[in-house]
Design a binder for this molecule. Structure first.
Ligand SMILES: [Zn+2]
Length: 281
């Protein structure tokens, strides 16, 4: 799944390439890509035509495009393999093209491409600035209005493993498996430590580490981003080279040289240094 930095790269690309443009026509090539839009593909296409795309927005890992008037938005779920592409009209269709948006200015079109069709688009109402499906998502640490003290309190209130609490998008949003492992490594915390057993300073350190690692990834992603090609692929990832723990099994810890280990966690994996990040007794 793409994480916050990857989604932010896509958001910035959408803002640059499609914000302010009016939709001429929407073509749904695979109904599964709009299955979250309950009234169906025809309704989706009909209701979008003639509308103007306003701002491209993000909260945590969630992405949406506000429509003119800002009472409705297109929410985009990138899933495992979803991509938003901006392509000149006439560019051959991608093999897994699912939705095409043509604009009234005849400029480059927006394409939603998704090999595994776990992702999709939906038109939803916006209430108090947030699309309804995202209303429960907490602010992310890169949000200028993120309240660190509140995030720390929410984290320390959870009677669960610290990594599980980090991944809970209602506590603090935007942190996924990759950046959770990186933040825990930086803070020398084992993933199975109790969230409610963390001291306040340690919890502050952890959230600050998560913020820092995502900000660094964003800088790396921003520089590798081709201005004409809005693209995200959760499987390849832009930021592999700068990771200290995630996916680094059997490689030496950058701090102490001990081999990084992988443990099963919530049907996925947790990567950590067994020496720097002592498991609780
Ligand atoms: Zn180590």
């Amino acid at each position: 799944m793409p994480e916050l930095p990857e989604v932010e790269v896509v958001r910035a690309g959408l803002q640059r390439h499609v914000a302010g443009r009016t939709v001429a026509e929407v073509e749904v090539l695979h109904p599964r890509a709009v299955r979250r839009h309950v009234p169906g593909p025809v309704d989706f296409a009909t209701r979008l035509s003639g509308r103007r795309f306003d701002a491209a927005c993000r909260r945590g890992k969630y992405l949406w495009i506000e429509l003119d008037g800002a009472a409705e938005a297109i929410v985009s779920h990138l899933g495992m393999s979803g991509q938003m592409l901006v392509q000149p009209v006439g560019t051959p269709d991608e093999k897994h093209l699912r939705v095409r948006v043509r604009f009234a200015d005849d400029g480059p079109e927006l394409r939603f491409v998704d090999q595994r069709t776990f992702g999709g688009l939906a038109l939803t109402d916006v209430v108090a600035g947030l699309p309804v499906p995202i209303a429960h998502i907490g602010r992310d640490p890169l949000d200028p209005e993120f309240d660190l003290a509140l995030g720390v309190a929410a984290l320390r209130a959870r009677r669960t493993e610290v990594k599980r609490a980090l991944l809970d998008q209602t506590v603090v949003s935007g942190i996924g498996n990759i950046y959770a492992d990186e933040a825990l490594w930086r803070t020398k915390l084992h993933w199975s430590r109790a969230a409610n057993g963390l001291s306040r300073p340690k919890a502050v350190e952890l959230l600050e580490a998560a913020t820092e690692v995502m900000r660094e990834a964003l800088v790396a992603g921003g520089t590798s981003f081709d201005a004409l090609y809005v693209n995200v692929n959760g499987q390849s990832g832009y930021f592999d080279r700068s990771l200290a723990a995630y996916g680094q099994q059997d490689r030496p810890c950058g701090r102490c040289g001990t081999a990084i280990i992988r443990e099963a966690f919530m049907n996925r994996s947790s990567f950590s240094c067994p020496k720097c990040q002592r498991a609780p007794r």
